[in-house]
Design a protein around this ligand. Sequence first.
Ligand code: MTE
Ligand code: MOS
Length: 793
Amino acid sequence: MSALSERPENPVVGVPEPHESAVGHVTGTALYTDDIAARGDALSAWPVQAPHAHALITGMRFEKALQVPGVVRVLTADDVPGINDAGVKNDEPLFPTEVMYYGHPVCWVLGESQEAARLGAAVVEVDYDPLPSLVTVRDAIEAESFQGPQRLTRRGDADAALASAPHVFEGVTEFSGQEHFYLETMASLAYYDEGGTLYVQAGTQHPSETQEIVAHVLGLSNNEVAVQCIRMGGGFGGKEMQPHGLAAIAAIGTKLTGRPVRLRLNRTQDMTITGKRHGFHVSWSVGFSDEGKILGLKATLTADGGWSLDLSEAVLGRALCHLDNAYWIPDIEALGRISKTNKTSQTAFRGFGGPQGVFVIEDIMGRCAPELGIDPAELRRRNFYVAGQDTPYGQPVRHAERMHEIWDQVLENANFTERSTEIAAFNAAHPHAKRALAVTPIKFGISFNVAAFNQAGALVLVYKDGSVLINHGGTEMGQGLHTKMIQVAATALGVPRSAVRLAPTRTDKVPNTSATAASTGADLNGGAVKNACEQIRDRMAGVAATMLRTSPNDVRFSHGEVTALGQHDSVTFNDVAKEAYLQRVQLSASGYYRTEGLHWDSEAWFGSPFKYFAYGAAATEVEVDGFTGAYRIRRVDIVHDVGDSLSPIIDIGQVEGGFVQGMGWLTLEDLRWDSSDGPGRGRLLTQAASTYKLPSFSEMPEEFNVTLYDRAHEDGVVYGSKAVGEPPLMLAFSAREALRQAAASFGPAGATRELASPATPENVFWALQQAAARGVDMPNDAATAPEPSLAGS
Ligand code: MTE
Ligand code: MOS
């Protein structure tokens, strides 16, 4: 077992602990960026948003705005001292001359109050010269409007495999994006400290990049800007890249006025300005053997990138690397490309392209199983990776056997066989209501695809009284990273959890950090925190050895007691800390961690980009009403692999939350954009909770059983754990597949089972109508029927 993954006796990791801010969250004492901003005399910033999907800006006049009481000034491109760009790809002008999407902010008004700034923004006069726009991916494909490089993942000869396969199907799979709908909208607060450092408190998953962009927009060096993130009310990937430009607006305001400046988007602004999950258009052909083994796959994936690249290349990359999900695809050729459309710039969202890749293969499984005459659960299982196989991009699938074990366990926990029989009986007895139970797997790669990002730092301070303060480079967005880091520090130092406090994430404590993303927060920062604690503990062991008259190697730290092997005497951690100070032994350390063993060639699309895979499976039962398509999620059983959990309550919460968020994307949340030729072309139509349906209490599964996979120690990761943040989102495919199967049950066995996405009650209704209609002229044994084309769902 590696030193990194080995746990001491009685560790604080693994203990079920509530979230470190749980009490603050429910009592309202946990502060968010705008709570802090609201305490001072900060100016407020308000955007002027363009009412065109695509247009040139030909003039702007501010006289009327400046006459509004309380308006202080208007920020434009002329106010940018450094580089007028909010991104890292040089394609995101912070103040545009060309409007790229409906709602694009063209300038910002500063006011003494939000109300003053709002009224000022309403009377700014802007002249536009409208240009033709592309609103849908299909439009963009037709116009060949792409951005960034195209990527090809290839193994073997997919054409030959399809030519010789006994069963070949082809189709188009389309799905749309997802709004992050974090409860806390984008917020930042900028101010100067006495020495001239520009401070920015921001809701950002990537404080170091916020710092860099603020610096480059203001023409400063990084050491003149400090970014802090206390916590976020959800990020979900949406705050990985897109807070930077907004923080820069606040910072410019501070630079020009000398006053603190506060910028907080309201919900509609957040929804219409910031990027979302990428929707995709995918065309595919797949070949199966008579036994239902995938022989070959060809696909073209087109991501809807929106107006600029931001993280689209990386999202597309992860989609291509998850096209296989848990399945062995011997011959494959998949092209990935990013369309450029006149929409918000689509960005990271929990799973980061992984869910989009998995969507394709799970859709293929769900659609083809009845054509092959094989039960969908059985079809999936038959295609699982087995030990010794590699992914299409060349990474060995280590622990492939876990997928099989987890699958068996979830089928057992869910009473799959028994309930399937009961469901068949229910369906036979109920012509207007149908139930279905579906099970789907997930295999998800952990690490950033860019090797350099897989590093982290920490700063740990032990005070003379033995109390401990930790800093690390990761951010807290509700996922419980800080709770885990406290548990890691307490374990590594051998102190009780109560001895450890955590200071907010700041770029002037830990520099050059990576985004808290790709679910790597605990792996990376945990490694760094542990490293820092061990440096201090090793020095303290020397001090304790003299106190206990033993050798440093025989000193043990546990729960605040320091003992020597084979001795009854002990001293307290606090006494050792005090003694260390008196002996002039350093009680602070900066820790560092980098993930070993990763390599990736993005040109050849080949390597081992992931440290390991996280596995899971879910079985979901639904009931669909034949008159309306309305449905209920009756029961969900999940078995998920988090290694040896660092913090079981947190991990179960992540699995539950991830599942429900995935269910929202796949079954409820319906992003609509105006693609008409009217004056609202390109406008996001669903820009509030009234029109954008999120999962809420009423959509929670009626019975929800989450089991963490047992005996799951992951060697080479901090205390044997595995990342949990994103993978469980993809367990929600079981809900979509159950809805597909229930809708199909309204028709004859073996009928084609297409289901448009998201599987809203409306789309489920059309699917069940289609299934019922097919009953009229489809043969019952589709396996022997001529192969229909599945194109055009
Ligand atoms: N959980 C909560 N409550 N809120 C969030 O914003 N973000 C998710 C996931 N779980 C998120 C969350 C995303 S997109 C990622 S990448 C991970 O948490 C990031 O944190 P981690 O690396 O510490 O798991
Ligand atoms: Mo998560 S989408 O990697 O922030």
